[in-house]
Design a protein around this ligand. Structure first.
Ligand code: ATP
Ligand code: MG
Length: 553
């Protein structure tokens, strides 16, 4: 039983009622992706919901591929989906289920309906079926084939299965009500003839069941108690119930709908993501600008941050969009106490300390994370030549600029005070080198109180700096400018990716491994790219900057 003290969402309330009435003895949920693309953040909502409910009620969570439609399905997608679900930590007991393994039962279920006089073979063409169906305001008309005898239907359906009819020439339809106000109930198609090779069953079948018929059967076979799906299936629920009731399953599953998750400033929806991949606009389904789960993982999002995000979003019945900044808030919150805070210079410029001995190196002990002592400390080397970020120096500073400029003194984080005494420029006026002097009295940890400085900047020892490529991201679409152009194509942000090739990182980064995350002091959180990093190339993705544009209401 769920904890009575926390307020429950409408799905938990419905489940509580069902259990109280004894409708089900055990809660069984499922996540049924169609293997026609990679999973995205919206799917994570469904996974976390279904898995969470099963866990909360001490039930079971099934992971099943809804692979009854062979046209778009690919084995590549099957593997990526398995990896993503494991990564999210939804435990499906290592049993991957496939709807296509139930093709025999689905066929038998169709035969059962025919025998009950509840299904018939129809010879109308697709256009005629559409015409006979009527509209939202006009009722449909009965097919002239609706009153075929059970024997004739059985014989024709078997011939459909045996490949005796052309593709599209005949269908099996449910016999429900052509005048129903719900168009889904106007004798929907259950089976069609289609010669397509299936990724699991090969050429064993030339008839395939329609989703609205197959899905309730899959649920019933697995003993699903609560079939949680998104709102677009609300109008299909009467058909779902018709199927499980006519097939007389002892504990028919119950369909409950919830609102899909939409995010602003990103592209959700497999159709758009696939187009970006196919058009080569992004570097595959796991491009860090996408919100597929593999992209989020590569970018450096953690399963914990995604779960936290889903908790904040909650479950509802009304459609709305959530700001992407809220997801960023969640990963920042997750990494804050976990990630080491280290120094990285993204746009390096040399800083030379004129009065520091050339062959000397000293070490400073710096805490890895001021908010989490458990992460310990590290030794950071310091010598005469350092790198600092170009933006931390200005020849002619504006008001309130407290970083380096000629004559000004700043603190080098964890080390000494330095004062700018000179700088050099190239022919184009670009600053090439900054000269400083340091004051040995101001050594960090020495308790120096002689004078204060307003600015602290980070630095990297040039002697042993690690060179890395760093990728900075902006949203791939800008919601405020409109996600779509007039012609329906995506209005892409041309600045969504910035590549910095020659960043300088402190020496401790030489041990960074694929997938490791760090805070680069003042720059944000970064993750070692797992795709492009090699033994002699270190690539980082910026997960998120330090500052938030998200304001919790
Ligand atoms: P898309 O619209 O992106 O193509 P889909 O709904 O076609 O997604 P499926 O593989 O059919 O993708 O979905 C598997 C499950 O995930 C379904 O139960 C579906 O309702 C759920 N789901 C899909 N998108 C979302 C979303 N944005 N929010 C919550 N659940 C979703
Ligand atoms: Mg779908």
């Amino acid at each position: 039983m769920a904890d009575e003290n926390i307020s429950k969402n409408f799905i938990e309330q419905a489940i509580d009622e069902d259990l109280a009435e004894g409708k089900y003895s055990k809660v069984v949920t499922r996540f049924p992706p169609e293997p026609n693309g990679y999973l995205h953040i919206g799917h994570a909502k469904s996974i976390i919901l279904n898995y969470g409910i099963a866990k909360e009620y001490g039930g079971k969570f099934n992971f099943r591929f809804d692979d009854t439609n062979p046209t778009k399905e690919k084995t590549e997608y099957v593997q990526s989906i398995i990896d993503d679900i494991k990564w999210l930590g939804a435990d499906f007991g290592d049993e991957v289920l496939f709807a296509s393994n139930y093709f025999d039962e689905m066929y038998e279920a169709a035969v059962k309906l025919i025998k009950k006089g509840k299904a018939y073979v129809c010879d109308l063409t697709a256009d005629e079926i559409r015409e006979y169906r009527g509209t939202l305001t006009e009722p449909g008309k009965n097919s002239p084939y609706r009153d075929r005898s059970i024997e004739e239907n059985l014989e024709l359906f078997e011939k459909m299965k045996n490949g005796e009819f052309e593709d599209g020439s005949r269908v099996l339809r449910a016999k429900i009500d052509m005048t129903s106000p719900n168009i889904n109930m106007r004798d929907p198609i259950l089976y069609r003839v289609a010669r397509m090779t299936h990724h699991n069953t090969g050429d064993a079948w030339c008839i395939y069941p329609m989703y609205d018929f197959a899905h309730p059967i899959e649920d019933a076979i697995e003993g699903i108690s609560h079939s949680l799906c998104t709102l677009e299936f609300e109008d299909h629920r009467p058909l779902y119930e018709w199927v499980v009731n006519e097939l007389e399953y002892p504990q028919p599953p119950r369909q409950i709908e919830f609102a899909k998750l939409y995010l602003t400033n990103v592209v959700t929806g497999k159709r758009y993501i696939k187009k970006l991949v196919d058009d080569g606009i992004v570097d595959g389904w796991d491009d860090p600008r996408l919100v597929t789960l593999s992209a989020l993982r590569r970018r450096g999002f953690t399963p914990e941050s995604i779960k936290k995000f889903m908790e904040l979003v909650g479950i509802s019945k009304s459609q709305s969009s959530v700001d992407y900044a809220m997801l960023e808030y969640c990963i920042r919150d997750d990494l804050k106490p976990k990630a080491n805070r280290m120094m990285a210079v993204l746009d390096p410029i040399k800083l030379i300390i004129d009065n520091y001995p050339e062959d000397k190196t000293e070490y400073f002990e710096i805490e890895n994370n001021q908010e989490n002592e458990e992460l310990g400390t590290r030794q950071v080397s310091f010598s005469r030549e350092l790198y600092i970020d170009r933006e931390d120096f200005m020849e002619i500073p504006p008001k309130k600029y407290f970083r380096l400029f000629p004559g000004n003194e700043v603190r080098l984080k964890g080390a000494y005070f330095v004062k700018c005494v000179d700088f050099k420029k190239d022919e184009d006026g670009k600053i090439t080198e900054i000269h400083c002097t340091y004051d040995p009295e101001t050594r960090s940890g020495s308790g120096f109180e002689g004078r204060k400085v307003k600015g602290t900047i980070h630095w990297v020892d040039a002697k042993n700096a690690v060179t890395a490529e760093v990728r900075l991201y902006e949203n791939i679409v800008d919601e405020e400018k409109g996600k779509l152009n007039e012609d329906g194509t995506l209005n892409l942000n041309p600045n969504s990716l910035t590549v910095l090739k020659d960043c300088k990182l402190e020496a401790a980064f030489k041990d960074a491994k694929k997938g490791d995350s760090f805070q680069f002091i003042r720059h944000g959180y970064f993750c070692v790219d797992s795709k492009d990093t090699t033994d002699d190339r270190l690539v980082f993705n910026r997960i998120v900057s330090l500052k938030s544009s998200y304001k919790p209401n």
